[in-house]
Design a protein around this ligand. Structure first.
Ligand code: 5AD
Ligand code: SF4
Length: 470
């Protein structure tokens, strides 16, 4: 197999890549099929995007891919650390892989991503999951060839090499990372990495480091390339896109000028940095979808302060009111945490009240999860889990009632929808409208991956239903 000049650029050590290539090629020669890797990404879109970059690098080293861990010779779990249950899931899955390793001692198992960046998790894997060969954090994906070859060459020499790399000193953005996108219609494009906000409940600033932005030139070049190869929806990613160093609204306007039939979404926006300029840009630019994911987290000023969110409910409502002043149907979605340490039932009820006031099209709600190392982990938390669960159910009920009524504003109208794939029943498709609302409608495979006009006939709790307009 020929390898291009990017090889040296693409790794700190081109030699490791060369060796890996020989190794995978020899395997393919003797078995007649490529050496397969299974990469499973958990959590947010940023992590999914990191997983795609990792797969791109593995493809370049001669690996093929499978969705079945049993068929893989390399398994990598790209993990999330935002809530405890995400970590518990990974430990559960790793436990099941013990059998796979017993059946095939040549299998290489790796864990990377946000959870792996935490020393306590890496230590637990080191001591309790001794068959895991490779643990690396969020800063060193670029060194995958070196790490992987160290493990594999150890095997070939009958040495058991385990690699643990949690270093966080290299914050360079590597623009030359090849990427393997599975979806051919929708693409994630990170515009910045890291977070400086230190919300007191959140582990992200500790596992992804400080904010650093890609240049507008690099982002625009990537978007142009995606549009030219037929992508219809580009989602710009960052923990807080509004603090993009080169100016987020300006970037949106430049992307909007790129020729082609495509939509742009982005997430997440921090309310402290989102203002009129952002709303105006969304409304003025026809390719930027009229929807804002604006995580509010809580509806009481005391809790927002304890969370270090740096805005009040009043500040938040000013953004909502401004957007609805310009476009009365402007779509908002949000993230909410229930049961933050010290939150009273009355304060929780203020979050329900906020939901009614804003009228979100959708909410993503979570029970507070204590994360070691964050400030809130030191706060006294005296609300029992059972009560937090009850609050979450109440919140969802509130949202269901509000959104069904609010979504009915679209009944009788025609919305432009990007058809994603098959719906729940035969002859139906599902997709998202320009406003980011899930729409289920009758249609066939030929429409998947295309923009269609759908006349809305009915509003459900989280979604709309309709018929394609011919
Ligand atoms: N517990 C519960 N939810 C959390 N989130 C972040 N950290 C925690 C935590 N410790 C939620 C926030 C954030 C979303 C991505 O995850 O709502 O916006
Ligand atoms: Fe976490 Fe807050 Fe940063 Fe979002 S803005 S990643 S919630 S610290």
């Amino acid at each position: 197999m020929a390898f291009d000049d990017n090889m040296a650029k693409d790794s700190n050590n081109g030699e490791s890549l060369r060796r890996l290539l020989e190794y995978t090629a020899a395997y393919e020669m003797s078995t007649g099929s490529p050496m397969l890797a299974y990469v499973h990404s958990f959590g947010c879109q940023q992590n999914v995007s990191d997983g795609e970059k990792l797969m791109g690098k593995l493809a370049k080293a001669g690996f093929g891919f499978t969705d079945e861990p049993e068929k893989a010779r390399l398994i990598i779990l790209n993990t999330c650390a935002v809530r405890e249950n995400a970590e518990d899931r990974v430990y559960g899955i790793l436990g099941r892989y013990k059998k796979l390793k017993e059946n095939d001692p040549q299998l290489v198992i790796g864990v990377c991503g946000c959870m792996a960046q935490q020393q306590c998790a890496a230590d637990r894997i080191k001591n309790s999951f001794r068959y895991v060969d490779l643990v690396f954090g969020t800063f060193v994906t670029d060194r995958i060839y070196d790490m992987l070859w160290k493990v594999i060459s150890g095997r070939l020499d009958n040495r058991k090499e385990r690699v643990f790399d949690l270093s966080d000193s290299d914050t360079t953005i590597h623009e030359d990372l090849v990427q393997m996108r599975r979806d051919k219609v929708k693409a994630f494009v990170p515009i910045m990495y890291g977070c400086n906000n230190f919300c007191t409940y959140c582990i992200v600033p500790y596992v992804r480091g400080r904010e650093r932005s890609r240049t507008p030139e690099a982002v625009i070049e990537e978007v142009k390339g995606l549009v030219a190869s037929g992508y219809k929806e580009i989602t710009l990613l960052g923990q807080n896109v509004n603090s993009y160093s080169y100016g987020f609204a300006g970037l949106l306007r430049k992307i909007n000028e790129i020729d082609g039939d495509f939509w742009v979404r982005f997430m997440s926006s921090h309310p402290k940095d989102a203002g009129r300029e952002l709303i105006d840009t969304i409304i003025d630019c026809d390719k930027i979808c009229t929807h804002l994911h604006l995580p509010v987290q809580a509806g009481s000023d005391r809790i927002l302060k304890a969370m270090n969110r740096r805005y009040t409910v009043n500040d938040y409502m000013k953004i909502v009111d401004y957007a609805r002043g310009r476009d009365k149907e402007f779509s908002f979605t949000t993230d909410i945490i229930v049961g933050f340490p010290g939150e009273s039932y009355e304060e929780f009820c203020m979050t329900k009240e906020l939901i009614r006031k804003v009228r979100y099209d959708n909410i993503y709600s979570f029970v507070y999860s204590k994360r070691t190392g964050t400030k809130a982990a030191e706060f006294e938390d005296n609300i029992p889990d059972s009560e937090k669960g009850q609050w979450l159910r109440e919140l969802l009920l509130e949202q269901r009632e509000t959104s069904q009524e609010w979504l009915s504003r679209y009944v009788g109208k025609t919305l432009r929808v990007l058809a994603d794939g098959a719906g729940k029943t035969d002859g139906t498709l599902t997709g998202k409208s320009y406003e980011n609302i899930i729409v289920n409608f009758s249609g066939g495979e030929q429409d998947v991956g295309r923009f269609v006009d759908v006349k809305i006939t009915c509003a459900r709790n989280w979604a709309l239903e309709g018929e394609i307009v011919k």
